[in-house]
Design a protein around this ligand. Sequence first.
Ligand code: GDP
Ligand code: IMO
Ligand code: MG
Length: 440
Amino acid sequence: MANLLVLGTQWGDEGKGKVVDFLAPAFEIIARYQGGHNAGHTVYLQGKKIVLHLIPSGILHPDKVCIIGNGLVVSPQAFFKELEDLKALGVEVGPERLLVSRAAQVIMPYHPLLEKIAETSRGQKMIGTTCRGIGPCYEDKAARWGIRVADLLEPDVLREKIVDSLALKNRIFEAFGYPPLAAESILAEYLSLGERLAPYVADVSLFLSEQIRAGKSVLFEGAQGALLDLDHGTYPFVTSSSCTAGGVCTGLGLSPREVNGVLGITKAYTTRVGSGPFPTELKDEVGARIARKGDEFGATTGRPRRCGWFDAVAVRYACRINGVDLIALTKPDVLEELTEVKACYAYRYKRTVLKDFPSEPWILEKVEPQYRSFPVWTRSIHRARDFSGLSAGFLDYLKWLEDNLETRVGLISTGVDREDIICRRDELEKVLGEKARLLG
Ligand code: GDP
Ligand code: IMO
Ligand code: MG
């Protein structure tokens, strides 16, 4: 097994940052293929918390090369801010180990403004986005107005693109009572950002192909989660990129042959930020207790995350559409706060039982989750590092999850630190082969 795809199987915030940081030692390169600084991936380095938004979560390992693929939307300001934050924490990152695709899209100042107009126009039906300009930037890409990283290095091309874009966008701003934006000041700012970005800019597809051919291995890091995928998520309450497995090929310029295994990150309960259907949501004190114990506040926006029970219907769907080989289960320690733990195995809808996830919001809003209940296990799992010490109650719960997801669990995260994790070597070896020995 050379290259592994690691992605979220729920609505994001499953603990991808923590797990990618743990797995990074087994790979030479960590590559992101979609999204932007809407992501918030939390990692801890010697007790210090770091939230990564745009830069891959392998960056804390000084010998790893990190990649920002063409499938991302890049805010140059957010990029440099993140590099400064890392530097303040003692993590030096230069162009020798961080590459940005020439073909990645650039988030421009008009994108967050267009997003504000769109969200306000939706009123009650707003998506509840992160307001980072992500959606409008992907809209421009699809509409072929987009400005790509390589354009920032060509003054004449950039000027023409900004002028053409603003000709249309300023009419929208005027219609909604906003002052028009001036092309020249945007041009000056982005040319200067382009100069700073130039040393990082690369043909990522070519670089990765050459590295893979030379025997290097890549961890593909997903942002957001399968249920936020533009095509396969709970549309329209999704993000604007392809978070699922197919995004790797289009977002990095690689063939599907290069993805050799898929690890799904799954939280032991469910959370969601922003609007949209959420069948197992808990609007009561139990949900509030999970949120408190799990510290469920957005890593990017600080918004409280909606919390609910584990939903095996949704995760089974995510495993199917992504071909998940193995699961990393995160945050089961949070459930110890409770006396009873529930997990949904099917939905009831208009007198029928649904075992397959429907993505239509009007169905998801009306389904009644069917639950299996478990007593909370007796011995705490918090910060546990050894599988043999787990209590029978937890093992029952784990077996039930594996049976219902039709997928084995190879990693169990038990706390925020890199070392708070249980590896099931036999399961990991089936997917990672020799690499499993490089972990933990
Ligand atoms: P991501 O977006 O998928 O990377 O996840 P976030 O970083 O947004 O949210 C996950 C949160 O849970 C972070 O605050 C992590 O530090 C924390 N976390 C990750 N794994 C565990 C775990 O096993 N137990 C506990 N208690 N916290 C965890
Ligand atoms: P990570 O990578 C959780 C959600 C937003 C909103 C919807 C669209 O940390 O798991 P956008 O700004 O992307 O257009 O917002 O998607 N969202 C996330 N929710 N975790 C994330 O990232 C998210 N990124 C976007 O809350 O509902
Ligand atoms: Mg997050």
